[in-house]
Design a protein around this ligand. Structure first.
Ligand SMILES: Cc1ncc(C[n+]2csc(CCOP(=O)(O)OP(=O)(O)O)c2C)c(N)n1
Ligand code: SF4
Length: 270
C-alpha cells in the first residue's frame, strides 16, 4: 500500500486549495512519480514562485524553496549550478512562469539546464482572484477582462520547444495516469524538461466562465484533450479546437551544467 504520508508535511495540512481545485491531483501524481523514480528525497529540491500552484512545496517533505513571484526558475538554476547532482523540480503557474517570469522560462529552456518544470496551467491568476494570464483563452472572462479577453494566448509547450527544451509534454488532471507518467519521464530526463499540466480553477476561472462546478471543468478537460496516439489518427478537421497531450518533444542535447563542467576541466589543464 502506497504511503503518501511519507512524502507530505502533515503539519501543513489542511491545504489552502479550494474544493475542486486540480492542484491536489497534481501533488498526488508528483508524489507517485517521485516514488516510482526511486529518487532519494535528500537529493531532491523543489522550488516554486508565488501562486496557488506554487504552494505545492509547502506540502512536500523534501528540500523546498518558496521564492518570489516569477523567480522560481532563476533560484532553481542557482541550486542546480551550485550542486549539479541534485534533482531540481520547479513548480510554477501559467502567470508565474509565462508573465512575470517569462524571460527566465525562455532562457532556461534555451540553455537546456537540467530542471524538471511542472507548469500548472489553469488559464488564470488563481491566487490573486482571476486576472488574465498569458494563457487565458480568447473570449474568456476574467477580473481584468469583464467583457471577454481579446489577447491571443501563449502556447506554453510550443514556446518551450521553440526556445530549446529537450523534453516537453502536456498532461491534464482528468487523465491522472498520463499525468503521473509524464512527470516520471520528465524527472528521468537530463536537460530542461517541461510538463504543462492543465488543471481546473473553479473559483477564479470557472465561476466567471459558466463552469463553476468542478465537475464541468473536469468534463471539459475530458472532452477537449487528446493523447498522442489518438491525436495521430485524427484528421486536421477533427483536431480543430482540441488540445494534444502526451510527449511533444524528446531530444538528446548538451546540458548546461555538464557543458560548464567540461569547460572548467579543460581550462584547468591549460
Ligand atoms: C512582484 C509581484 N507581483 C505580483 C504579485 C501578486 N501575485 C501573487 S500570485 C500572482 C498570480 C499567480 O498566478 P499563477 O502563476 O497563474 O498561479 P495560480 O495562483 O493560478 O496557481 C500574483 C500576480 C506578487 N506576489 N509579486
Ligand atoms: S483560486 Fe483556483 S487555483 Fe487557487 S486554490 Fe482556488 S481553485 Fe485552486
Amino acid at each position: 500500500m502506497f504511503n503518501y504520508l511519507e512524502y507530505v508535511r502533515e503539519g501543513n495540512f489542511p491545504h489552502i486549495w479550494c474544493s475542486g481545485c486540480g492542484d491536489g491531483i497534481v501533488l498526488k501524481a508528483l508524489i507517485r512519480a517521485m516514488e516510482a523514480s526511486g529518487m532519494s528525497r535528500d537529493e531532491a529540491v523543489m522550488v516554486s514562485g508565488i501562486g496557488c500552484s506554487s504552494r505545492t512545496p509547502g506540502y512536500v517533505d523534501i528540500n523546498t524553496l518558496h521564492t518570489t513571484h516569477g523567480r522560481a526558475i532563476p533560484f532553481a538554476t542557482g541550486v542546480k549550478h551550485a550542486n549539479p547532482a541534485l534533482k531540481v523540480i520547479v513548480v510554477t503557474g501559467d502567470g508565474d512562469a509565462t508573465a512575470i517570469g517569462g524571460n527566465h522560462f525562455i532562457h532556461a529552456a534555451r540553455r537546456n539546464i537540467d530542471l524538471t518544470v511542472l507548469l500548472y496551467n489553469n488559464y488564470i491568476y488563481g491566487m490573486t482572484g482571476g486576472q488574465c494570464s498569458p494563457t487565458t483563452p480568447i473570449g474568456s472572462k476574467a477580473s481584468t477582462a469583464k467583457f471577454g479577453n481579446i489577447e491571443p494566448t501563449f502556447n506554453i509547450s510550443g514556446l518551450a520547444i521553440a526556445a530549446g527544451a529537450s523534453f516537453v509534454a502536456r498532461a491534464d488532471v482528468y487523465n491522472t495516469k498520463q499525468c503521473e507518467k509524464m512527470i516520471g519521464l520528465a524527472l528521468e530526463k537530463k536537460g530542461f524538461s517541461l510538463v504543462e499540466i492543465l488543471t481546473p480553477c473553479p473559483t477564479a476561472f470557472g465561476r466567471r466562465n459558466k463552469m463553476a462546478s468542478p465537475v464541468k471543468l473536469m468534463e471539459w478537460l475530458r472532452d477537449n484533450t487528446v493523447s498522442g496516439a489518438k491525436w495521430e489518427k485524427l484528421s486536421e478537421e477533427d483536431r480543430e479546437g482540441k488540445i494534444r497531450t502526451g510527449i511533444l518533444i524528446d531530444l538528446d542535447k548538451p546540458e548546461y551544467t555538464e557543458e560548464y563542467k567540461k569547460l572548467t576541466e579543460k581550462l584547468r589543464t591549460v
